[in-house]
Design a protein around this ligand. Structure first.
Ligand code: NDP
Length: 285
């Protein structure tokens, strides 16, 4: 292990805040400070054409790992040595671990979501509805199904993207999966246990936007989760709460994917509460 730990981040502004206030940097560095770890988590903008050079640089400098965000989550696979099982299924990597010179690609988005979900409900045998079919949806659908969900319903406007997520779940997990083409207000089935907004609707600055869901179909006892970390209490969650649903915010997912990354890089457990506090400060929550 090098005397000094360095962490490369390939974040490219996925959150609507200046780099100086990058929430992931604030969260991870707060964790390092609290752990007494002599390490840094550095945010770098990397153009798609330079991704290979950036990864080779990280390897050459002995960096212990890095996160990467859009647009690098799929392209980075060409430059690493190995994929962890669920990253292989999902087909995207957001966290790379340098394991004695071998770069291992993980996908911690879905795992972070699952950790958060498990604080309120055991997904085994549950009927899950996922709004959206992008990267977050793929990761959440696969991990929730691998954790034993009975069924995954993907609701999406673009049918081809939706179908791709459904096929992924059917091919690699025991869960059943189906697609609902998203037209008008989606009516949540009475037997659904968990409803997840995995779209980008509601992300700052579009804070008043809510997914097209028939709110009369949201009932007490339904678990409603949002992937949006900023603002943590989205308009969607507020409406779901007013209907008696049990809600789960996107900060939990973000914190937990960070916890998993730090554990994989350092072998130590960071303090999730410290990390959440740091994020809340950046987001003014
Ligand atoms: P993508 O761009 O890959 O996918 C976005 C999805 O949202 C698509 O399925 C798209 O539908 C759907 N969508 C967007 N706008 C609308 C709309 N107006 N009506 C209906 N559907 C819509 O994004 P990601 O999956 O990578 O990310 C989604 C969100 O998840 C982001 O806001 C990101 O911040 C958040 N995220 C949070 C994390 C956390 O830790 N909390 C981690 C990762 C992501 P269509 O296919 O029809 O275009």
């Amino acid at each position: 292990m090098p005397a000094e730990l360095n962490f490369l981040s390939l974040l490219t502004g996925c959150f609507a805040t200046p780099v100086a206030e990058n929430p992931t940097v604030a969260m991870v560095e707060a964790a390092y400070r609290a752990m007494g770890l002599d390490a840094r988590y550095i945010n770098c903008d990397v153009a798609p054409a330079d991704l290979g050079d950036a990864v080779r640089g990280a390897r050459a400098m002995g960096w212990r790992g890095f996160n990467c965000s859009l647009p690098h989550k799929v392209a980075v696979i060409d430059f690493i040595d190995e994929l962890a099982p669920s990253a292989e299924i999902i087909g995207a990597v957001n966290c790379v671990i340098n394991n004695e010179g071998r770069l291992i690609g993980e996908n911690t988005d879905g795992k972070g979501f699952l950790t958060s979900l498990e604080t309120v409900i055991d997904p085994r045998g549950r009927r899950v509805v996922v709004l959206g079919a992008g990267g977050a949806s793929r990761a959440i659908a696969v991990e929730t199904a691998l954790a034993g969900a009975a069924s995954i319903t993907v609701v999406n406007r673009d049918e081809a993207r939706g179908k791709a997520v459904v096929q992924l779940v059917r091919a690699h997990t025991q869960a059943t999966a189906d697609l609902v083409s998203w037209k008008g207000d989606y009516v949540v089935p009475e037997d659904a246990d968990i409803l997840i907004n995995a779209t980008s609707i509601g992300l700052f600055p579009g804070v008043d936007d809510v997914p097209a869901v028939d709110f009369n179909s949201i009932r007490p006892g339904l678990v409603v989760a949002d992937v949006i970390p900023n603002p943590p209490r989205t308009a969607f969650l507020k409406m779901a709460e007013s209907r008696g649903a049990l809600t789960l915010d996107g900060l939990g997912m973000l914190v937990n994917q960070g916890v998993i990354g730090i554990r994989l890089w350092t072998g130590r457990m960071p303090d999730a509460k410290v990390m959440r506090n740091a994020l809340e400060t950046v987001f003014g929550a």
